[in-house]
Design a protein around this ligand. Structure first.
Ligand SMILES: Cc1cc2nc3c(=O)[nH]c(=O)nc-3n(C[C@H](O)[C@H](O)[C@H](O)COP(=O)(O)OP(=O)(O)OC[C@H]3O[C@@H](n4cnc5c(N)ncnc54)[C@H](O)[C@@H]3O)c2cc1C
Length: 329
């Protein structure tokens, strides 16, 4: 059996110190994580005891600083945090046994071919893997970009569904200063004469006191415009907005600046999926349907909960179980 995992992601399985007992608590699967009273992350409830969140969300050395609410209910403490690495882009074969598998990291896939009842996957380095079935978990943005070629081409209905669903343009930039010159509030909104000029800022001091970092959030056309600018241009444009927001202050140069590249990164090509007016619930069937022995999973395939980690998790589980059933049958 051949497995090939292009990337892996660290998630945390977190045990609550106090079991959720009331029915109404667990009807809502969302979990909010607070650190020192400020919300820092979200998670998804696995059962009454455990929830799942991203690796970056909780510092295991500081567990006493965290509290959790289920669906906005009472605050609970965290008991134990388990780190789990999830492998993505698994290639599965109907033959062979589990003790005889290989795992390949950092392989960028360029071509996927349905060939004589098998699937051949080719990386950009020219390595070829063959399997009876393949589960593809590229983001919707990667599928929309056509940078991975499918042979034969994906069906018209599937391509239409891929193109009709939206994949968000979202960029975050961080400015670190030696001192905080801004108001001590959690978010700052700049309302310039022209719409869309670096309007949304978050004060990271409210989450990490003393870090003196401002987070600039650019969405939609603003993120798109920033993707055509270099780091310095994005930085200067942000600083100009801060100068307009605080005209009485001479805005210092930041000590550090960093920004995300989700829109241009060939492994993401955007941030998370969203419904467009053109997309109908029926289109979700085409979006998720298998093409020959090529199967699909990912965040964008959740009818209600797309755009979140639990949607990726559930979709991966559903596709893998469907495939496992067909292998057994
Ligand atoms: C800024 C931001 C904040 C978020 N916050 C939250 C949150 O608080 N809670 C939450 O639940 N969700 C959050 N999400 C959403 C969550 O991250 C996604 O829903 C989830 O990661 C999607 O998982 P996925 O497996 O479908 O896709 P991805 O995580 O995109 O995984 C796809 C994988 O495919 C790989 N890949 C792509 N192309 C190729 C190729 N050609 N060859 C090989 N490998 C390839 C990529 O490297 C990637 O590892 C956030 C997303 C963003 C962008």
């Amino acid at each position: 059996m051949n497995f090939s995992a292009a990337c892996l992601i660290l998630v945390l399985v977190v045990k609550l110190s106090c079991v959720a007992t009331m029915k109404e608590d667990i009807k809502n699967w969302t979990v909010e994580i607070f650190q020192n009273g400020k919300i820092v992350c979200a998670g998804v409830l696995l059962n009454r005891n455990f929830f799942l969140t991203l690796g970056k969300c909780i510092d295991k050395r500081k567990l006493d600083q965290y509290k959790v609410t289920i669906g906005g209910g009472i605050l609970r403490k965290i008991d134990i945090v388990l780190e789990v690495i999830i492998y993505i882009n698994l290639l599965m074969s109907k033959k062979g046994n589990l003790s005889n598998y290989t795992t390949s990291f950092n392989q960028v896939i360029k071509k996927i071919k349905n060939k004589d009842g098998k699937v051949e996957v080719e990386t950009e380095g020219g390595t070829k893997y063959e399997a009876d079935d393949v589960i593809v978990t590229f983001s919707l943005g990667v599928l929309q970009s056509r940078q991975v070629s499918f042979k034969p081409s994906l069906s018209k209905e599937k391509m239409l569904a891929i193109d009709k669903f939206g994949f968000g343009e979202y960029t975050i930039a961080y400015f670190e200063f030696s001192d905080a010159f801004w108001d001590n509030v959690s978010s700052l909104v700049y309302a310039p004469a022209r719409h869309g000029e670096n309007s949304i800022w978050y004060n990271m001091n409210t989450i990490y006191p003393g870090c003196n970092i401002l987070q600039l959030v650019l969405m939609g056309f603003e993120a798109n415009a920033a993707s055509h600018m270099n780091d310095n241009e994005v930085k200067e444009s942000g600083l100009a907005a801060l100068a307009a927001m605080y005209p009485q202050i001479s805005i210092p140069k930041p000590d550090a600046f960093v920004r995300s590249d989700w829109l241009t990164n060939p492994l993401t090509k955007g941030s998370f999926s969203y419904w467009t007016p053109a997309f109908r619930p029926e289109d979700m069937k085409d979006l998720g349907k298998s093409e020959g022995n090529i199967h699909f999973a990912g965040e964008h395939l959740g009818l209600k909960s797309h755009a979140y980690l639990h949607s990726a998790y559930n979709s991966g589980k559903d596709t893998a179980q469907r495939l496992a059933r067909s292998v057994r049958d």
